[in-house]
Structure formats: structure tokens, C-alpha cells
Design a protein around this ligand. Structure first.
Ligand code: HEM
Ligand code: CA
Length: 307
């Protein structure tokens, strides 16, 4: 079976509205919450597929993905998902999956911060397992080369265009110092990268947030210009050598005449094109290895498998 829009039209007609209203009030209070909520959907889909495995807490039988390296001290927003799940359970118990909530929340997070809207394909069911090792293995790391990024995306059925469009998710949100320190201080890396901006102001700002040692959890915006707005500024930044992560810089520095850079230019020059491609890629990402039909279950509480 495959996913389709308005899956809950009969079973829970208010589902999308309830998610949207909760998201509007959460983001009104805390606009910074949009980024971690978008990221949750990505970190879910890249591990076992879009099945809400990322939301499971540690129990006797479950080793949570939350403790894996890419997630630990970094993923957040779980209480927002809980809050939305409680609201949905009140209206339509055991109907709307946690995996679908993640997909709807990602859409609303993007749209409410000025990005494109789209119809979310629904009908995912929730996993009965989590994969700690999968979370360590299948989520790309910030020091990946372009070749590693492409191979990682390919392994999830995603191509170069998906890689470039979805990397635009870094138009919002922040990164810990731990994830970008090597980009500021590792001379081998930036010596090779003629695209890396060595301007005094840019580096001084970053090094004040992220000294050579200590302050691992210091936060810098991924998009140094408009980190609260979902726009195409990210692509302008990386073309100027001002991407925060090595993996951001890799899109322009490692194959300067290749197809990847052509896409970066295209998105920098046309926000509507970026929005269109981001939408088709996130819909594609949202269908990775989904559980449907009788597979999995609809969780009552997104943190635990039903008894
Ligand atoms: C291309 C490979 C990717 C790599 C290597 C990567 C890596 C990272 C890293 C290291 C951080 C900072 C984490 C921290 O230090 O706490 C981050 C943040 C973020 N990522 Fe990615 N990411 C990738 C793709 C994506 C995709 C596909 C999306 C969604 C479409 C996304 C959305 C985000 C968002 C929104 C944040 C900010 C989170 C916050 O503010 O809490 N990333 N990413
Ligand atoms: Ca998953």
C-alpha cells in the first residue's frame, strides 16, 4: 500500500487542523522550535524508514535512537510531539500514527517559518522497534565529504537533487560547536577549500561561539543571515563559503564544476525552484520504507510501544 493525502478524512477529519493549531501556538511562543521539529522527521526517515522509531524512549526491550551520536544532546522537540499526540488521542484515539505526526509537523514547521506548503501523504504506521546502531550508521555526519553524502543519500533511494534540495533544511536552526569546530580550526580542511570564507569577521564570530577547546554545546545559526526564516539564503551562504558545517561547504567546494554546484546555483537564483524541489524531495524522503496496512501499529504514546 502507498501513502496518500487526506488519509484521515473519514477516521479523523480534524487531525491536520489539530496539528496545525498546536504548531502555530508552539512556534508563536518559540520560533526556534521549527528547526528541531523539521529535523526529527529527517532523523526518523533515515533510520528504519519513516516509522517514528526515533521517538521511542529507552525501556527493557528498546535501546533508544535518542542516545546515538547524531541525536544525543542535539535532537529536541519531543514534548511538542507528545502534546500533539495527546490532543489527537482525545479526539480520535489510536488513529493517527506518530510517524504521520512527524511528517505533518515538518510541513507545518517549514510553512509557518515562511517556506512552501504541500499536501502531506499519510497512512504511515509506527514501528515496534528502534535502531540505536542504525542511527549511528545511517544518518550523515557533518564532516562527510560530498562523495559520502551522495552515497548516504543513494542508500536511502535519494539522488543528488534530493541531497541539494534537502540540505536547504539548514536554512533554519542551529548547530552545536561540536559539529562545526573542525571547519573553523582544521587547517587541512580549509586550506584545501578555496570556497571557505576566511574573512576576519566571519571567523571571529564563529570562534567566539566555538573556541578550540571547550563550549562544545555553544550554538551558532546554520544560516548566518536568516536562520529563523525558511528561504533560499542557505545557497547564497555556501556559495560565499559561509556554510557552517563541512557538509554544507562540501556541496560547492569538492566538485566545483559538477552537477551539485549547478543545483546550488539554481536554488540560489530562484527561491520558487528551491521550494518546488524541496517539496518533492521531502515527500520522497517521507515515503522511505514506510509501514502500512497491518504492519507496525498506531502507538498510543509516541515514546512507547503499545502493551
Ligand atoms: C545532508 C546531510 C546532513 C548533515 C550532515 C546534517 C547535519 C546536521 C548537524 C551536524 C546539525 C547540528 C546538530 C547539532 O550540532 O546539534 C544539523 C542541524 C539541523 N539539520 Fe541537518 N544535516 C543534514 C541534512 C539535513 C536534512 C535533510 C534536514 C531536513 C530537511 C536537516 C535539518 C536540520 C535542521 C533543521 C537542523 C537544526 C536543528 C536545530 O536547530 O535544533 N538536515 N544537521
Ligand atoms: Ca525511523
Amino acid at each position: 500500500e502507498s501513502l496518500y493525502p487526506h488519509y484521515y478524512r473519514e477516521s479523523c477529519p480534524l487531525a491536520e487542523e489539530i496539528v496545525r493549531q498546536n504548531m502555530a501556538s508552539v512556534l508563536y511562543r518559540d520560533p526556534l522550535m521549527a528547526a528541531p521539529l523539521l529535523r526529527l522527521h529527517f532523523h526518523d526517515c533515515f533510520v528504519l524508514g519513516c516509522d517514528a522509531s526515533v521517538l521511542l524512549d529507552d525501556t527493557l526491550d528498546i535501546v533508544s535512537e535518542k542516545q546515538a551520536t547524531p541525536n544525543k544532546n542535539s535532537l529536541r522537540g519531543f514534548e511538542v510531539i507528545d502534546q500533539i499526540k495527546v490532543a489527537l488521542e482525545e479526539v480520535c484515539p489510536l488513529t493517527v500514527s506518530c510517524a504521520d505526526i512527524l511528517a505533518l509537523v515538518a510541513r507545518d514547521a517549514v510553512e509557518l517559518r515562511g517556506g512552501p506548503g504541500w499536501e502531506v501523504e499519510l497512512g504511515r504506521r509506527d514501528s515496534l522497534e528502534a535502531s540505536f546502531s542504525g542511527a549511528n550508521q545511517f544518518i550523515p555526519a557533518p564532516n562527510f565529504t560530498l562523495e559520502q553524502l551522495i552515497a548516504n543519500f543513494n542508500s536511502h533511494g535519494l539522488d543528488i537533487q534530493d541531497l541539494v534540495a534537502l540540505s536547504g533544511g539548514h536554512t533554519i536552526g542551529r548547530s552545536r560547536c561540536l559539529s562545526f569546530r573542525s571547519r573553523i580550526y582544521n587547517p587541512q580542511t580549509y586550506e584545501e577549500q578555496k570556497y571557505y570564507d576566511r574573512s576576519y569577521v566571519f571567523r571571529r564570530t564563529l570562534s567566539s561561539i566555538c573556541p578550540e577547546s571547550g563550549r562544545d554545546n555553544g550554538l551558532a545559526p546554520l544560516d548566518f543571515k536568516t536562520s529563523r526564516r525558511f528561504d533560499n539564503q542557505y545557497y547564497h551562504n555556501i556559495l560565499e563559503g559561509k556554510g557552517l558545517l563541512e557538509s554544507d561547504g562540501a556541496l560547492v567546494s569538492e566538485d566545483p564544476d559538477g552537477d551539485v554546484v549547478k543545483l546550488v546555483w539554481a536554488y540560489a537564483l530562484s527561491q520558487p525552484l528551491f521550494f518546488r524541489d524541496f517539496v518533492s524531495s521531502i515527500i520522497k524522503m517521507g515515503s522511505i520504507n514506510v509501514l502500512t496496512g497491518d504492519d507496525g501499529e498506531i502507538r498510543r504514546n509516541c515514546r512507547f510501544i503499545n502493551l
